[in-house]
Design a protein around this ligand. Sequence first.
Ligand code: 8YV
Length: 315
Amino acid sequence: MSKPQVLQMGAYPEWDMPPLEARFGMQRYFEAADKALFLSTFGPQVRAIATRGDLGANAAVIAVCPKLEIIVVNGVGYDAVDLEACRLRGIRVTNTPEVLNGECADLAVGMALALTRGLVGGEAWARSGDWAAQGPYPLQKRFWGQRAGILGLGRIGMEVGKRLAGFGMQISYLARGPKVTPGWQFVADPVELARGVDFLFVTALANASTRHIVSKAVIAALGPEGMLINISRAANVDEAALLEALETGALGSAALDVFEGEPKVNPRFAALKNVLMQPHVGSATFETRKAMGKLVLDNLVAHFDGRPLVTEVVL
Ligand code: 8YV
């Protein structure tokens, strides 16, 4: 029996490919020189799309795959998948939740600590000879014991909170409603949340209702001593307002793992010393990416074996 044909939207780590190729016909869309021709050639045969959180599957791609049954996302974020197109056609969607919670939370807190204590500049100060030439590195700000807000208290947000509690932080959060927490304060409004904290961590899933939830007003409320940390999606932040606030000093600093138009990043960010930039590496460790790749495989195999999916997204 011929293998089910799978449209692979982007590269996966090399260790993911042998088990996928053993079961499926992996059609590498991302390697095609003429992508329109590739889709017209393979789209009619495709029964599954294997994609990534940053790549998704838009309506145009879904439309040229009339036999499409399932879209598996290597990533927890499925905002780049056209869910309405999937709902209309009964196409199933899976993602890779839970396995990356700790990794993403580590990066969020690590970025905030590094930026607060000037670790990037300190490394350059020690390595460049500035220490010997100019003396002690300039004093930085305290991280532990400050006030932290978590915008979106989902699985990743909870892990961020646990880590911040270890730093003795006073924690408040915004969610659809109050959650069971170890004494953290629920705040229903993002501006009010931002006004009361020194650090604002953005961990909310990205969808139409969260677009620009970090608005100009939220950024202003966070203020000239505040730090914004975003490990979710760039769409959750008004990036134009963020850049203006960082350039004028209306916002103190930002630690960002996601950007509009990534991997092409607005060059204005690179000119700013009050920004720590990371190249969308929240889940990017060997251990977590292996776990994510296994979920992609397990969901595909379960679907075509007629078994329940492992991590199905409720559409
Ligand atoms: C990567 C992510 O973009 O989990 C997500 O949603 O954004 C990241 O893990 C990618 O999906 C990893 O393949």
